[in-house]
Design a protein around this ligand. Structure first.
Ligand SMILES: Cc1cc2nc3c(=O)[nH]c(=O)nc-3n(C[C@H](O)[C@H](O)[C@H](O)COP(=O)(O)OP(=O)(O)OC[C@H]3O[C@@H](n4cnc5c(N)ncnc54)[C@H](O)[C@@H]3O)c2cc1C
Length: 461
């Protein structure tokens, strides 16, 4: 029997209706109720909650907005306190001299984007979930987004992190300078660690000047392989657009059924391409890209104004919810292949779908070679679900054989844990487990995620 949960001044609930909201994430893969949920308002409260967890044999799970696609913020076992950062949403400092910004972890990505844009700055990482997801979650998953092709991912923008460790100590890792070569890079170790090592309570990020101009192009193809070839040809022609997003025919249909935005539904694939920079330069680049598209018998359309551009992005951001709203269970993966292998992987996915009779819907950040593969199985048919899971394994095998990776941005969490050994060899995994033990000897920090480590003292694993 646990002690009654009382931490004076800290907002905490053990009410069932609150706990249910924190029992799952956007992966919908697992569901498990936490023991309690806490909403700290500052670093000191985070420390007090972790101290309480240590004293009362509880585990701690940091949580942003729960948009994670791998179950990384879902409780494992009933002895977990969720630390939700909804009350830590302040942008603390915008330093326009050094082009940095300091935020609390609960700041919503899109709110930061808007705030900086008003001042003429750009924070490039733009996950399609940006209207909901938090910077703390983005850092913990090393989130990418459409603009990663040109600007990189969250890791490329994190300069420093204030983090609370499982033993309640606070570290400030990284700094204010653009360069740093002092000791091991713990800051970058925390990025992408899925809340298994420490809790970020303040984050300093780089920002960039807003580009002068943007051109948005929609390219339509009657052949899915031509869209893959177009991506390779654009990149090899030495143009780096800021986005090259790909939607297959089924993704387009899903969007138009869910929230019609006027996308053509009679094409096999589309690419949403955006260029930014100096007006004359990007105009020339746009012309070259349109030539490539026409040479592959595609049709190219230029978004005429901000309204048309925003509508296209609204369509792109609706793809994932649109597929989720279909009357099927989706098994959602996030593979990446080298960019010159996109056509190969699209061909393989088509073959697997035809052979298995299971629909596979693909879309994603084709400019990075990152394809979100959605295996659509019957909701009430367990046999089909297992067939779908067999497909996951085959897709990962093909991806690794093409020198790709099984996750570009969603992470490993719970859902991809069985497959991590396909890509990371045993000695490297051993080092990772040792790092986990060093940070978290009692195993209280987001247990059961990424890999099975040592037995947690509180033993949920
Ligand atoms: C519609 C949709 C579109 C998406 N598109 C993209 C995309 O384009 N690119 C992309 O990368 N991802 C995408 N995702 C996945 C997801 O949005 C990202 O993984 C995002 O970074 C998660 O942020 P979150 O705030 O929701 O974190 P959560 O899901 O709440 O948590 C994710 C992980 O972060 C940890 N965490 C959260 N806060 C902290 C903290 N303060 N300290 C330590 N650990 C913490 C959690 O424990 C967990 O391990 C998408 C998801 C959806 C639903």
């Amino acid at each position: 029997m646990k002690n009654p949960l009382t931490l004076p001044g800290i907002e905490i609930s053990t009410e069932k209706e609150d706990l249910i909201c924190y029992s799952f994430d956007a992966s919908y893969a697992e569901e498990s109720m936490p023991y309690a949920v806490a909403w700290p308002r500052n670093t000191d409260e985070v420390v007090r909650i972790i101290k309480y967890a240590n004293e009362n044999s509880l585990n701690v799970i940091p949580r942003g907005a729960g948009t994670g696609m791998a179950g990384a913020s879902v409780p494992v076992g009933a002895d977990c306190i969720i630390l939700s950062f909804e009350k830590m949403r302040k942008i603390l400092d915008i330093d326009t001299k050094n082009l940095t910004v300091v935020v609390e972890p609960g700041v919503i990505n899109a709110n930061l984007q808007k705030e900086l844009q008003h001042l003429g700055f750009l924070y490039p990482p733009d996950p399609a979930s940006m209207n909901i997801c938090t910077i703390g979650g983005n850092v913990a998953t090393n989130a990418g987004g459409p603009r990663a092709i040109k600007y990189g991912v969250t890791r490329d923008y994190v300069m420093a992190i204030e983090a609370v460790l499982p033993d309640c100590s606070i570290i400030n890792t990284g700094g204010m300078t653009q360069k740093r070569a002092v000791g091991y890079d713990l800051k970058n170790l925390l990025v992408g660690s899925e809340g298994t090592l420490a809790i970020s309570t303040k984050i300093r990020l780089k920002m960039l000047p807003l580009p002068e101009d943007v051109i948005t192009l929609l390219m339509l193809f009657n052949n899915i392989e031509s869209s893959g070839t177009a991506v390779s040809k654009i990149i090899s022609s030495k143009i780096i657009p800021r986005t090259i997003e790909f939607l297959d025919r089924s993704s387009i249909a899903a969007v138009e059924n869910y929230k019609p935005t006027g996308l053509p539904t009679d094409v096999e694939a589309l690419l949403l391409i955006e260029l930014d920079g100096y007006p004359l330069t990007i105009k020339k680049e746009a012309e070259r890209i349109m030539d490539i598209c026409r040479s592959l018998k595609g049709e190219a359309i230029v978004a005429e104004d901000d309204f048309a551009r925003e509508r296209l992005w609204e369509a792109r951001r609706s793809v994932s919810p649109a597929i989720a709203s279909m009357d099927k269970r989706k098994i959602n993966e996030d593979i990446v292949v080298p960019r010159d292998r996109i056509t190969s992987i699209l061909r393989e996915l088509k073959k697997l779908s035809e052979e298995s009779g299971i629909q596979i819907i693909s879309f994603g950040h084709a400019g990075d070679g990152n394809i979100h593969v959605n295996i659509m199985v019957d909701k009430d048919n367990n046999e089909e679900y297992f067939k779908g899971m067999e497909l996951v394994k085959k897709i990962f095998e093909i991806t690794v054989s093409l020198n790709g990776t099984i996750s570009g941005e969603h992470g490993i969490g719970l859902t991809k844990k069985p497959y991590i050994g396909m890509e990371i060899k045993e000695r490297e995994l051993e080092l990772m487990r040792d790092i986990k033990k060093l940070f978290d000897p009692k195993g209280i920090m987001n247990p059961g995620k990424i890999f099975n480590t040592h037995q947690s003292l509180h033993s949920n694993e």
